[in-house]
Ligand binder design. Structure first.
Ligand SMILES: [Zn+2]
Length: 495
């Protein structure tokens, strides 16, 4: 057994355990229950504590045949499904980073583990918020904040551990040396000056929020913690009544997922999936296959029409009159950050500093060694978060002003910011476009079964991010000349 197979199986098992924990989060967060208390899982129907051997991911549900051991109430197939799909997502991240080596030279576990931690945290959180979004068109942004924090810390670690490699490439974009490639692995960074601007904007935004909390100005139209105000909290009793019959689709899907995993492991043993150029297409095909499975899961979940589907449309229509003024008020809250970032940008532009490397910029220029590397990583991470959020805010504010109704949920903005923290700024940028394309495809596929017009967008954004993880080198290589030309125009350097 190669190290890759051991790693893959380990990633799958770890993902299944995390998926089991996500089920707890998905059930308890919208019901305002504590995540850590009680420490054990309970049957949602009768409250009986679930025994350790019945609580084994996926298998427990299978050998209980989807019923509670004590009261025989049906246990939703969502539980094993979330566990199976989380395992699959963890394997696919491991695959992309360390087996398929989609992102080029970054495949040393000793040096690159922070990337793995950030990416796994992101896919786990995306899984949880996607299920909550599908469930009730409501997503809790607290896990996304956690994801941003982990991403920022991990990227800082990574810059320190990979500094000698990363920092020179990080600089090659601004020194105009295209031959080295502006991409750092698959992670094309923003230029250091823009990372600094982004970091300042992020800090300014946090300060603004703190001041607002202190003065207690009512924030935005939304509660900051929760996207829509009243989650559809079904009591355990109605839930068990609502799902008495056996649903074959999720089980089928799970079988697909496990079969894919088997193919993966067998293929690895036969050497199909070594990271050679001949296998590059096959590598991407693996990632795309996983995304197709996840896509099927989202489409199938939208096939049943629920009351909450109508409620969300009524809600958006009811808020229609107030939508424009709502986003304008939200924009006012962003103004201090925009002004601070704009001022720093203008100052650096006037001093000809936009094209300089990190150690020649204001604020961080006096640092050296590990401190400079850490500052670079932190600036990069915060800028990726701010950049992802900025993409989302632009769509939300622009779209709402244009169409006069809420165009892009505020929860989706947090998702884009978290994607920036886990996979980098360009991941957030491309996840939006890939997410829209995938969602359109999903709408077409579900036309046959679904009677509602509402689409929870969170799952599609998440899927777009996972797809980006696989397509990044190709997408970035394609758009690199345009990005570079744009940057030359911004700093006034014409070739
Ligand atoms: Zn029970």
């Amino acid at each position: 057994m190669s190290l890759q197979i051991v790693g893959t199986i380990g990633a799958g098992l770890f993902g299944a355990i995390i998926g089991s924990f996500l089920n707890v989060v998905i059930y308890r967060l919208p019901r305002d229950l504590s995540i850590s208390n009680p420490r054990w899982s309970m049957c949602p129907s009768c409250g009986t504590r679930i025994r350790a051997y019945d609580n084994i991911p996926i298998l427990g549900w299978l050998w209980l045949r989807g019923r509670c051991r004590a009261c025989r109430a049906a246990i939703s197939p969502m539980y094993p499904l979330v566990e199976g799909l989380t395992a699959l997502s963890f394997v696919t991240v491991w695959d992309a980073l360390f087996v398929g080596q989609v992102h080029g030279t970054w495949a040393s576990l000793i040096q690159d583990w922070p990337l793995l931690v950030a990416a796994w945290t992101l896919v786990a959180v995306l899984m949880a918020v996607s299920v909550m979004d599908i469930d009730a068109y409501m997503l809790d942004v607290r896990p996304l904040w956690l994801c941003m924090g982990v991403g920022a810390v991990m990227l800082t670690f990574w810059f320190v551990s990979r500094g000698d490699d990363v920092i020179p490439r990080f600089f090659s974009m601004v020194t105009g040396d295209r031959s080295k490639g502006a991409s750092v692995g698959g992670l094309v960074p923003l230029p250091p000056s823009l990372c600094l601007v982004g970091a300042v904007m992020g800090v300014m935004w946090v300060l603004t929020e703190c001041v607002r909390k202190l003065v207690a100005i009512p924030a935005t139209g939304d509660d900051p913690a929760v996207e829509t105000q009243e989650p559809d909290v079904s009591t355990p009793e109605t839930e068990s009544k609502r799902e008495p019959r056996f649903q074959p689709f999720p089980v089928l899907l799970l079988a697909f997922a496990l079969a894919a995993l088997m193919v993966w492991v067998i293929g690895d043993g036969m050497g199909w999936i070594e990271a050679t150029e001949a296998n590059a297409l096959l590598t991407i095909a693996r990632g795309v296959a996983v995304c197709v499975i996840l896509m099927a899961a989202i489409v199938l979940s939208s096939l049943t029409h629920r009351p909450v589907d109508d409620e969300i449309i009524e809600e958006i229509e009811a808020e229609r009159d107030a939508a424009r003024s709502m986003v304008l008020r939200e924009f006012a809250g962003l103004l201090p950050a925009v002004i601070a970032g704009g001022a720093l940008f203008a100052m650096m532009k006037a001093n000809g500093q936009l094209g300089l490397p990190l150690d020649a910029l204001p604020l961080v220029g006096n640092l050296s060694g590990a401190a400079l590397q850490a500052a670079g990583g932190l600036c990069w991470a915060i800028a990726a978060i701010v950049g992802g959020a900025a993409v989302g805010w632009s769509v939300r504010i622009g779209g709402t002003l244009l169409f006069g109704k809420e165009a892009f949920g505020s929860g989706d903005i947090y998702i884009l910011a978290a994607i920036g923290a886990g996979f980098g700024f360009w991941a957030a940028f491309f996840a939006l476009f890939l997410g829209v394309l995938l969602a359109l495809l999903g709408v077409v596929l579900s036309l046959f079964g679904k009677t509602s017009r509402a689409i929870p967008f969170g799952p599609w954004l998440s899927l777009g991010a996972l797809l980006y993880l696989w397509l990044a080198p190709d997408l970035l290589a394609y758009f690199q000349p345009a990005i570079a030309t744009l940057w030359d125009m911004i700093i006034g350097r014409f070739p």
